[in-house]
Ligand binder design. Structure first.
Ligand code: KMH
Ligand code: ZN
Length: 280
């Protein structure tokens, strides 16, 4: 079976002061996604920034970024509904109205570094129901074992469909520590047919991504999760981090999925339409 590599180009926190290669303007994000697609990514996890590099859920910006990406390549677009810690949930959830092929669904509120990540139970259920109505595949970001339990509750409530797609997030302060033991115990608790990847934030990014690939997961790469390519060496761009993940997969004798294989892996049929086709 092939492994899907997702590129996470931008994220909600770092700025160009942390790594000048961080893409924040719409054209920069689209170019970074295209380069990453050429390097082997078949999914693009997208955060938007305003002209001051602040996270935004502005629909016009989102539509522009989605269209700039669709003009360049057929990569599957996964919009972040996490957006950024200071953006209200009620604005974040509107992004799915653009009908990206996938979007994140963060099931629980939590401390997140020095801030708070607000995902109230009623809002999460409203968003899950809307995603299901619109045919937007949820990428379930779980930062702790209780978050997995909450996703299984959402499944029981009929708000999620199988196969469920999980990201096991390790290394956020407020969530699980980035250890192999935490990863293995989370994987053991997933439903049998679940599709999953590791999101390892910070220093443990390389090691935990490698372990995830070795034990049956997909991989995520990009400046959202790691600003560095090696010890003390800033990544020159997102594509370099994607190439590193491709090399890891190939070193483990794993085929890297193209877009068609990724769609199949996620149990999805049709491919991306431009947002201008979406009814707003
Ligand atoms: N950077 C991630 C760990 C989302 O995209 O929905 C948190 C996040 C959530 O950005
Ligand atoms: Zn994100």
């Amino acid at each position: 079976m092939s492994v899907v590599i997702t590129v996470a180009t931008t994220g909600p926190i770092a700025t160009k002061a942390d790594n000048p290669a961080l893409p924040t303007a719409p054209e920069e994000i689209a170019e970074a996604v295209h380069d990453s697609y050429l390097a082997g990514a078949s999914v693009a996890h997208i955060h938007l920034r305003d002209e001051h590099q602040r996270p935004t859920a502005d629909l016009k910006t989102a539509r522009l970024v989605m269209d700039l990406i669709a003009d360049r390549c057929p990569i599957l677009i996964q919009l972040s509904t996490g957006v950024g810690l200071d953006v209200p949930f009620e604005e974040r959830e509107q992004l799915v109205e653009l009908r990206p092929r996938m979007a994140t669904l963060n099931p629980c509120s939590m401390s997140f570094g020095a801030g708070e990540f607000r995902n109230p139970p009623a809002g999460v259920r409203r968003l899950a129901a809307r995603m299901r109505e619109l045919g937007v595949k949820p990428e379930l970001e779980i930062y702790d074992s209780g978050h997995l339990d909450e996703c299984l509750r959402l499944l029981d409530e009929g708000l999620l469909e199988q196969p469920m797609q999980f990201s096991i997030v390790l290394g956020v302060r407020g969530g699980m520590a980035p250890t192999a033991a935490n990863l293995v115990s989370m994987v053991a608790g997933l439903p049998d047919d679940a599709v999953w990847q590791v999101i390892a934030v910070g220093r443990a990014n390389l090691n935990l991504t490698a372990i995830g690939l070795a034990i049956g997961g997909n991989a995520r790469a990009g400046l959202e999760d790691s600003l560095y390519l090696g010890k003390g060496k800033l990544a020159p761009d997102n594509a370099a981090l994607v190439k590193r993940a491709v090399n890891l997969a190939q070193g483990l004798d794993l085929e890297v999925a193209d877009v068609a294989q990724a769609l199949h892996r996620f149990g999805l049929g049709r491919s991306q339409t431009k947002t201008t086709d979406a009814v707003l």
